[in-house]
Design a protein around this ligand. Structure first.
Ligand code: IPE
Ligand code: IPE
Ligand code: MG
Length: 241
């Protein structure tokens, strides 16, 4: 079975999961952290190279202040609690997103966790916090423009490779499997550039309920797809001639 090299997941449905139980949305976000732990362990055990999780979008700042505050505290708490196990499993943790929008306390935890796990050779785990796909593209464009203005780069040298090298996921293969839980069929400003050719898998399962069988179902769905990258089916089956 062809395994995806890089899975990107929009972890959606925490609020509805909690509301269905008569609980506050925060309870759903807490349950969501448990699902993250399960998913990270499962990906590591299946030798998936990279996992990128959408935890908080640039648009999620529009939510009620109490929910945003609860999420930010939860991120700090989860980082403190999970770091030891991540180390044990040799997970390399990185954050993607606009860090300047985050509280200094969280920025510090993030920097410390990234430094502590930087040399780990296991699963490459990216957590997107304060991330937006359009923000990512604009930031890359700004850096490229600055290099052109300073004479370090000629405009003819701007190509897909040099552009991608400025994006948050630089150095990683593009996600080949994109998963969204929670029943919505949309991208919600996640990795706009990087998912150009990802296989899309949508499930109604709410994120706190997403477990190993759901991950395996997504992986099996991926394995059954014919990835043609513009070629014909016949070409693809011959080996992409
Ligand atoms: C995803 O769950 C987590 C975040 C966006 C932070 P939601 O909080 O969006 O849950 P629903 O979609 O309201 O159920
Ligand atoms: C997308 O979920 C962002 C995350 C899961 C972090 P949302 O719940 O914010 O998406 P929309 O607003 O329904 O598109
Ligand atoms: Mg949602």
């Amino acid at each position: 079975m062809t395994l995806p090299q890089h899975i990107a997941i929009v972890m959606d449905g925490n609020g509805r999961w909690a509301e269905a139980r008569g609980e506050s949305r925060t309870v759903g976000h807490r349950a969501g952290v448990d699902a993250v732990r399960t998913c990270v362990r499962a990906c590591a055990a299946r030798n998936i190279g990279a996992l990128t999780l959408f935890a908080f979008s640039s648009e999620n700042w529009r939510r009620p202040e109490v929910e945003v505050a609860a999420l930010m505290s939860l991120f700090v708490e989860a980082l403190d609690r999970e770091l030891e196990e991540l180390q044990r499993n040799r997970v390399r943790l990185r954050f993607i997103g606009n860090r300047q929008t985050l509280a200094v306390r969280l920025q510090q935890r993030i920097a410390a966790a990234e430094a502590a796990t930087a040399d780990n050779d296991g699963l490459k785990l990216q957590v997107a916090v304060g991330y937006g796909g359009r923000w990512d593209l604009i930031e890359a464009a700004r850096r490229i423009a600055a290099r052109c203005a300073s004479g370090a780069l000629r405009t003819e040298e701007i190509d897909e490779a040099s552009f991608a090298a400025e994006l948050q996921l630089a150095g990683l293969p593009d996600p080949d499997l994109f998963v969204r839980t929670g029943g919505e069929h949309r991208i919600s400003n996640f990795l706009l550039w990087n998912i150009a050719y990802a296989e899309l898998h949508f499930t109604d399962r709410l994120w706190p309920d997403f477990g190993e069988p759901d991950l395996d179902a997504a992986i099996a769905d991926f394995a059954g797809r014919e990835r043609r990258f513009g070629r014909t089916g016949a070409q693809t089956r011959k080996g992409g001639a």
